[in-house]
Design a protein around this ligand. Structure first.
Ligand code: NAP
Length: 534
């Protein structure tokens, strides 16, 4: 089903496109610097209030909507997104300078995500119904009838990242996992791609109409994070935040949410340096292959992935020297890439210059800047002793660069990686002659610090499936017990409610005696689809 949406530069509030008088962003092509019309207005207090209240009202209306209807909605969003066809990809290319193949792939992943969460919504498995029958004759105290399920948490504020306009955008994973359980969403558009965000919001609006669900279930407000974004999070109707972006942005919103009179959870998925640990035999046995694979992982998409490997740990010696030379050679071959925006380009330049001029850091591949936002890849090296004492060298450098950390021996390697902060991923490369004990030792250190532990593989490319974890201890996220990708992501936006001694008529259908939804439930410790008797 193909359809079109003419961009308005307005906000989506309760099913209507509402223009605000205040100018906010005129998107510009990162490639040429030319304006990409239209200009977008900034939401004021009235628009934030209206979108938040609409979400709150929709949440009340949605209370008794059967869970399979949210599956219908997500499937309809997928159809509507695809129905926008080239217009969506063209707009994303104009606003972000990401290449067509990358965006086509990301859109496919976004559709996969929507369909995955639709399956979860339809199964009702996320409700996790548990029934513990009453034991009126138990001594010394009788046991009451207790039943528990997960319920939606309420309106969720969603902030997408600039580097994934679809998959982590206004109808990306956070929105899909929130809607899957019947939570309304108020999305804050990203200043780097407001037009893409409006098109995606229009797709959700159409899908709400297609499925006959309340229009207030989804709103979009455009504007700056520190004003509009903060106001959405601070609004009393907001019950949780899903954020993908920088550490500074995620932390600022986390602090704001914590400072509210009634604090709310913030699931901020932030940057990461995704350490790679190269054991000596791996370097010796597969030097060229690892250099080639690592170069691709560091430079693909301009290095603008949250899973880009930004630190590589290895043990000093002739093999390490040859590896550094091979990696530098590979990086020199990579064509310069246009980064997402002038601000990201400027930040990358500043960060690369800071790395290059830090005491004890050697520049192995200096890179160049052939256009305002175009950069070639950079490679740096530092000793473990210097790296350990300079916290600035531990932080993410968003863009095509990586830092080799050269350790004295295996003991120093273990002690050095133990200084790492929380990460989305960590990888160990082992060769045939590396001992199991060494692999286990490094893996055990990384496991405490990462959400996804990888053996002999690269971190870029996040599979959307049940077993994946895209999360990790702070500062990778603000909630180490969560993931923003995969089936477990819905857990962020539900809360368990227990019902004690309620008669059937007052219970949610998922917990009623006859099991009218046909769910698999845990009844007195046993999994069953059967009815229960009182
Ligand atoms: P960003 O600058 O933090 O922006 C993300 C969103 O947060 C934008 O809407 C931004 O709006 C808002 N924001 C930023 N600072 C804020 C503040 N102080 N208060 C309120 N809102 C604020 O991130 P980005 O540049 O778009 O994305 C790149 C970063 O995201 C990288 O660090 C990358 O590693 C990370 N990332 C992480 C993941 C993951 O899953 N962990 C995935 C993709 C990207 P304004 O600009 O208007 O303030």
């Amino acid at each position: 089903m193909t359809w079109t949406h003419a961009l308005t530069g307005a906000h989506l509030i309760n099913g209507e496109w509402v223009a605000s008088g205040v100018g906010f962003a005129q998107p510009c092509s990162p490639e040429t610097g030319e304006p990409v019309p239209p200009a977008f207005g900034e939401a004021g207090a009235a628009e934030v209030e209206a979108a938040s209240v609409a979400a709150s009202v929709a949440f009340e209306e949605a209370r008794d909507i059967p869970h399979h209807r949210w599956a219908d909605l997500l499937e309809a969003v997928a159809v509507r997104l695809l129905g926008l066809g080239d217009a969506l990809i063209d707009r994303a290319m104009a606003e972000t300078a990401l290449i067509e193949a990358r965006l086509v792939g990301e859109l496919a992943r976004t559709v996969t995500q929507l369909r995955l969460y639709a399956r979860i919504a339809r199964s009702g498995a996320w409700l996790e119904a548990v029934i513990d029958s009453a034991e009126p004759d138990r001594r010394p105290t009788p046991r009451p009838d207790l039943r528990r399920i997960f319920r939606p948490i309420g309106p969720v504020a969603v902030f997408g990242a600039g580097n994934f306009p679809f998959a982590y955008g206004v109808c990306g994973g956070d929105t899909a996992s929130a809607l899957a359980c019947g939570n309304p969403v108020v999305a804050k558009g990203h200043p780097g791609h407001p037009g893409v965000d409006e098109l995606c919001a229009a797709a959700v609006l159409q899908a709400l109409g297609d499925t006959g669900l309340p229009a207030g279930m989804f709103g979009l407000v455009q504007g700056s994070g520190t004003t509009v974004g903060a106001a959405v999070v601070e609004h009393p109707a907001c019950e949780a935040v899903g954020f993908t972006g920088s550490l500074a942005g995620g932390r600022a919103l986390f602090d704001r949410a914590a400072a509210r009179p009634r604090p709310i959870p913030v699931f901020a998925e932030m940057g990461s340096v995704n350490p790679i640990v190269l054991l000596p035999a791996a370097v010796r046995e597969r030097l060229d292959a690892i250099a080639e694979g690592l170069c691709l992982s560091v430079t693909n998409g301009g290095g603008q992935f949250c899973t880009k490997p930004g630190l590589v740990f290895l043990v000093t010696g002739p093999d390490a020297d040859r590896f550094a030379e091979a990696l530098g050679r590979e990086m020199r071959r990579v064509a310069p890439t246009t980064l997402l925006s002038r601000s990201i380009s400027g930040n990358f330049l500043r960060r690369a210059e800071a790395l290059g001029s830090a005491v004890g850091v050697e520049t192995l591949e200096a890179g160049c800047r052939p256009g305002p936002c175009r950069h070639s890849a950079r490679l740096f090296a530092v000793s473990s002793a210097v790296w350990r004492t300079n916290a600035d060298l531990h932080a993410e450098a968003f863009g095509p660069c990586t830092l080799l950390v050269i350790c004295e021996d295996l003991g120093d390697l273990a002690a050095t990686i133990a200084c790492l902060d929380g990460q989305l991923t960590g990888a160990v490369f082992a060769g045939a002659a590396d001992t199991d004990a060494d692999v286990r030792r490094m893996a055990a250190i990384l496991e405490r610090r990462v959400g996804r532990l990888i053996l002999n593989g690269y971190p870029t490319g996040v599979e959307v499936c049940g077993a994946v974890v895209h999360g990790g201890p702070y500062p990778a996220t603000t909630a180490a017990n969560s993931t923003s990708v995969g089936t477990l992501a819905v857990r962020r936006f539900v809360r368990p409610v227990s019902y004690q001694n309620l008669p059937d008529a007052l219970l949610p259908p998922a917990l009623q005696d006859a099991n009218p939804l046909g769910l698999e439930r845990t009844v007195d410790g046993e999994a069953t689809r059967g009815a229960v008797a009182r």
